[in-house]
Design a protein around this ligand. Structure first.
Ligand code: ATP
Ligand code: MG
Length: 320
């Protein structure tokens, strides 16, 4: 696979020598984004996601290291590097008294589009973000989700090879979020390379080919979802709602080869069984729990997820 973006020993300290070291304090951050992939930076508030994206978009100068985009260094050739990418900032950057079409055309002109080409591209983008029918209404009359979609559209006007999306689903309703996630997938299916930042592990999990987990300005783990989960050896948790479980049944469950450990929670009527192969041992466990007269009311299989990976790496949840 060919890297489209190479981030090398990247560091940012706001107002050195005493300011906040937002990215790469211990030696600098390194990662690559391959052509055609969706790469996510996942991390809690203040982790350094926007600082990274701003440096990658040439809006902010690194205090150390470099970023090469499509062969151009953001330090040596910032203009060419910037042309390779479309940037969708976390904060909305729209003119409220202009329509969606006028906003798209305004930003398209800044990228050198004009005439028929500009109008055609605005129509294509309006179709992609599903706002053709409202294209001539003013932005100030739009809902939050619609504004977010125009914000994305602006980043796409000049047909970049890659788009950077900084938390594009923050503070919007589930329906708008769904549309944005689907648009990102569609863009990627059409060949666009995507850098996506979020603090929602569900989004990173659904969209990404690879994920970098960022915390306090450092990348603490990187890989596909499967690789990340494997690295920390996370296991499935089977949650049974049960009646009283006799001690000998607990012992037999504990003795099963595929059972890692068992946590009995009589106060909530739950039995948690942790296993590397939850679905495989589920029938056996159901048999053991039912044949001994234990009431079994429900079962839920919790597969390992990014939240568990983050917890295991940092000792805290992503939302704490
Ligand atoms: N202009 C600035 N001057 C000084 N410190 C800053 C500035 N911008 C950000 N920081 C600090 O840098 C750190 C990283 O902030 P950043 O905005 O990159 O995080 P983030 O991961 O994008 O968070 P969020 O999910 O809240 O958007 C924080 O400690 C923040 O306070
Ligand atoms: Mg941010």
């Amino acid at each position: 696979m060919k890297p489209f973006v190479q981030v090398r020993s990247l560091q940012k300290q706001y107002t050195p020598p005493d300011g906040v070291f937002a990215v790469g304090k211990s030696g600098g951050v390194n990662f690559e984004i391959y052509e055609g992939e969706i790469f996510s930076l996942l991390g809690p508030n203040g982790a350094g996601k926007t600082t990274c994206i701003s440096m990658m978009s040439t809006l902010l100068s690194p205090t150390g290291g470099d970023i090469v985009i499509g062969g151009y260094s953001v330090i040596q050739s910032p203009v060419q590097a910037k042309q390779q990418i479309g940037v969708v900032p976390q904060e909305l950057a729209l003119y409220p008294t202009l329509s969606a079409r006028q906003n798209l055309e305004f930003f398209g002109r800044m990228y050198g589009l004009g005439g028929k080409e500009l109008r055609k591209r605005a129509d294509e983008v309006l179709e992609l973000i599903d706002l053709l029918d409202r294209a001539d209404d003013k932005i100030e009359e739009y809902s939050g989700g619609m504004k977010r979609r125009v914000n994305i559209g602006i980043g796409l006007m000049h047909r970049p090879k890659m788009v950077f999306l900084d938390e594009p689903t923050v503070a919007i309703d589930p329906h708008s979020r769904r549309r944005i996630l689907d648009t990102v997938k569609q863009l990627n299916e059409e060949g666009m390379t995507v850098l996506y930042t979020t603090h929602h592990m569900e989004e990173a999990q659904e969209l990404s080919h690879r994920i970098a987990i960022i915390d306090y300005g450092e990348i603490i783990a990187m890989g596909s979802l499967g690789e990340l989960i494997q690295r920390v050896g996370e296991k499935d948790t089977l949650i049974f709602k049960v009646g009283e479980v006799p001690p000998e049944v607990l012992e037999r469950i504990n003795a099963l080869e595929l059972v890692d450990h068992v946590i009995s929670k009589p106060e909530s009527g739950e039995l948690h069984v942790v296993s590397p192969r939850g679905r495989k041992i589920l029938p056996e466990l159901i048999r053991l729990l039912t044949e001994n007269g234990t009431g079994l009311y429900s079962v839920e299989v919790q597969e390992p997820n990014l939240e568990a990976v983050f917890l295991s790496l940092t000792g805290r949840g992503l939302r704490e």
